[in-house]
Design a protein around this ligand. Sequence first.
Ligand SMILES: *[C@@H]1O[C@H](CO)[C@@H](O)[C@H](O)[C@H]1NC(C)=O
Ligand SMILES: *[C@@H]1O[C@H](CO)[C@@H](O)[C@H](O)[C@H]1NC(C)=O
Ligand SMILES: *[C@@H]1O[C@H](CO)[C@@H](O)[C@H](O)[C@H]1NC(C)=O
Length: 304
Amino acid sequence: MDCTLLITIFVTFHVLVPIVSSYGHANMCQAFCGNLKIDYPFALQSGCGHPGFRELLFCINDVLMFHISSGSYRVLDIDYPYQSLVLHDPHMSTCDSVVLGGRGNGFVVEQWRAPYLNPTSDNVFMLIGCSSESPLFQGYHGKHSPCRNVSGMSCEEYYGCPGWDMIRPNQDGPVYGSGPPECCALPFEDIKAVNLSKLGCQGYSSAYSLAPLRRAGPDEWSYGIEVKYSMQGNVGFCRACEATGGSCGHDIDDKNDLCLCEGWNSTATCDLVHSESHRRKWSLVVALAGFVIGTIILGTSHLA
Ligand SMILES: *[C@@H]1O[C@H](CO)[C@@H](O)[C@H](O)[C@H]1NC(C)=O
Ligand SMILES: *[C@@H]1O[C@H](CO)[C@@H](O)[C@H](O)[C@H]1NC(C)=O
Ligand SMILES: *[C@@H]1O[C@H](CO)[C@@H](O)[C@H](O)[C@H]1NC(C)=O
């Protein structure tokens, strides 16, 4: 056989195929908002990221905002290895100020999104100024209360914050009496939703402990809502997609995972040979190779 033919076949399959399949190595979905990196499962563009986190993050003037049914929060940090993010609500009470009037967001997620987002078990919610009619205190009838300490953080300590001096200038400490406590600390899993109007509370604070570090006092706690995110076991899909130069996304209509490749989308990876959903470009390569080989065969037969 003519050695030109062999070389052509070799060149076609070893040069042309890798060139076609290497398209799309620039990640189409990664982005930055200010100095926060937005990566899988999160995204700013529609069709990018995991479907459980769609329409969740928005970048407004370099400030990353997180939007759920209870409101908008500023994202202070995203920790990808620990799969958590920290949210800030401007109307949340801190050590320096106790905000009343029910202005805080609390934390309520849409039901369909709940499996993907959950405040961590180390995160304490401290509900402030709740009425005695609050569902929190129903069913307890003066026995023990639902309030407890979370990760070493308690309302007893929180009362020592300067924020309390401003709303109760003439008192030395919290008012203890027959009524409910002024502050009730709980982990999220005890109530599943922090809805101030539903719980009949005036305000709330949220703090998280940076385990294994135990912060000495409430002025050293980290204030914010630490949320753990979960991808429900399809991290493997994204890893395989990215390994072939794709960006992990989803179908805008049916919400199924999609690997976004340059010029086409795959339900698996951007690997031309192994991807079932990509026959068109592959057959184009085969046709092109056939054409080149055919031309060479014709050319060599003319010469013969
Ligand atoms: C691939 O999917 C993304 C996200 O669903 C969509 O925006 C884009 O138009 C699709 N591209 C092609 C070539 O179908
Ligand atoms: C909070 O509770 C109120 C009263 O029950 C309800 O109208 C409102 O929709 C709830 N908010 C959220 C975000 O679920
Ligand atoms: C919570 O911790 C405080 C000390 O910080 C303690 O006085 C209080 O009894 C504890 N409360 C509960 C319910 O364990």
